[in-house]
Ligand binder design. Structure first.
Ligand SMILES: [Ca+2]
Length: 212
């Protein structure tokens, strides 16, 4: 997607980017950063349980989007490489709620979230993937990483898909936590400005053999 820096700047100056304001969010944001007109610095985020896998916070303007670059936060997520676009459902259909993420801004990007885990416990990650239909490549590719290790490759073919019929597909991956915190990341491996689209990430701890 083409970056509209004018829109992004306007958002920041107007203070529309609201961090940690969502009901039920576990993201701990300091009083200082809560009023910032811009992305909160990484160090203001306290690690907590997995949250906002639906990319609903901060809210972007209706029918539009906002670009986030490496080092900037999207709610409890951190952009750790390249850039991504946070997309309102009026711009294109979300899988859940009102927003989704294009893992490419002008280049492939990565979003990561670090959350508390119990060592030895199995966690199931489900997510919805689609692709930016604005331009090629036809097949968007990306990876799921756990603590920096690739756990799953994914691909999505945008043939026949539109902004109002994105055709989201549910994927699942399982990992066993090795530490008291785990970093889950989604990385685009697609070149260009139109990447894989991610939404509705859920992390479930499995306490029995019924999942995984
Ligand atoms: Ca969403």
């Amino acid at each position: 997607m083409v970056v509209n820096r004018t829109v992004l700047a306007a958002i920041g100056m107007a203070g529309v980017l609201v961090f940690g304001s969502g009901t039920g969010t576990a993201l701990a944001v300091s009083a200082d950063s809560a009023g910032m007109a811009g992305p909160a610095p990484q160090q203001s985020i306290l690690v907590s349980y997995f949250d906002d896998g639906s990319f609903e916070y901060p809210t972007v303007p209706a029918n539009s989007y906002a670009t986030f670059s490496a080092g900037q936060s999207i709610g409890p997520w951190l952009v750790t490489s390249g850039g991504v676009d946070l997309i309102h459902s009026g711009f294109w259909q979300a899988a859940e709620g009102n927003q989704s993420v294009d893992l490419n801004a002008l280049q492939p990007g990565t979003v990561a979230q670090t959350f508390t885990t119990t060592p030895g416990t199995t966690y199931t990650v489900t997510y919805a993937v689609a692709g930016n239909v604005d331009s090629g490549p036809t097949v968007k590719t990306g990876q799921v990483l756990v603590d920096g290790q690739v756990f799953q490759d994914f691909a999505f073919d945008i043939t026949g898909k539109t902004k109002t019929n994105m055709g989201y597909v549910k994927r699942q991956v399982t990992f066993v936590a090795s530490g008291t915190t785990t970093t889950l990341a989604f990385a685009s491996t697609t070149q260009g400005a139109a990447g894989p689209v991610l939404d509705d990430v859920r992390v479930t701890a499995c306490s029995c053999s019924c999942c995984g």
